[in-house]
Ligand binder design. Structure first.
Ligand SMILES: C[S@@+](CC[C@H](N)C(=O)[O-])C[C@H]1O[C@@H](n2cnc3c(N)ncnc32)[C@H](O)[C@@H]1O
Length: 224
């Protein structure tokens, strides 16, 4: 599905979120940077926006690995790479989030932005992220969530009736965005994801609800 929409993915993101997705990713980068990681894995990197934002937000030269199992999405990321002045330390690699091609304890930090919802097995993905982190390392999960009660009628109206129409025009692929709406509505609450992170082994799990809870930024640590 992502291979079908790869070429229009960035445009659709900007349009459908009204540009707020850039701010959500900035909040993610700020949290990662506060931990001063020596290297970062950005899983489900897609067209690479988080990897590029990490390159800007972390000290120059910090190695960043952008990983995804969808080659056309990685192709979109690589197309943008020459435009990024500080991108030489970003490596884009193919890899499955359910079976990461990385050794144990390989990274200080891992990010997954709008990716966990798309994993066929969330628990497996979270345990894989836990495995590849060094002791003391941190994981950051940015994902759609269930918004505050007062916002739900407006938000679900937008999700069910407006977003699929706009997406169909922009990407020519209505079914991909029908999937998006369904997967967002079925996704657990911020507390549910926090519990899943704890079950996967993460400690000191924190949650920041953004934009009325439409999106949540979860952080967790691998014990020392
Ligand atoms: C909605 S995009 C998110 C892209 C990017 N992180 C962002 O913030 O815009 C979800 C990505 O997850 C990837 N993905 C889904 N399942 C995966 C898996 N098992 N392993 C690796 N990537 C996966 C898809 O290929 C897609 O690029």
């Amino acid at each position: 599905m992502f291979a079908r929409i790869a070429g229009r993915y960035d445009v659709a993101n900007r349009l459908l979120s009204g540009g707020i997705d850039l701010w959500w990713r900035r909040r993610l980068i700020r949290s990662v940077a506060a931990e001063s990681p020596r290297d970062v894995l950005d899983l489900a990197t897609g067209s690479g926006d988080v990897a590029f934002a990490l390159a800007k937000g972390l000290p120059e030269g910090t190695p960043i690995t952008g990983m995804d199992f969808c080659r056309p999405m990685l192709d979109e990321a690589e197309k943008k790479q020459p435009d990024m002045p500080r991108s030489s330390h970003i490596t884009f690699r193919e890899g499955d989030g359910l079976n990461l091609p990385c050794g144990d304890a390989s990274f200080d930090a891992a990010t997954i932005s709008f990716g966990l919802r798309n994993m066929a097995d969330r628990h497996r993905c979270l345990t894989e992220l836990h495995r590849v982190l060094r002791p003391g390392g941190s994981v950051w999960v940015l994902e759609f969530s269930q918004p505050r009660q007062w916002l739900r009628p407006f938000y679900y109206f937008y999700l069910r009736h407006i977003l699929p129409l706009v997406a169909a025009v922009v990407t020519g692929d209505k079914s991909a965005y029908d999937y998006l709406c369904g997967s967002i509505e079925e996704f657990p609450t911020h507390n549910g994801i926090a519990e899943e992170m704890k079950t996967a082994g993460f400690a000191s799990v924190s949650v920041q609800r953004l934009t009325g809870g439409i999106v949540a930024l979860h952080g967790g640590h691998k014990a020392n």
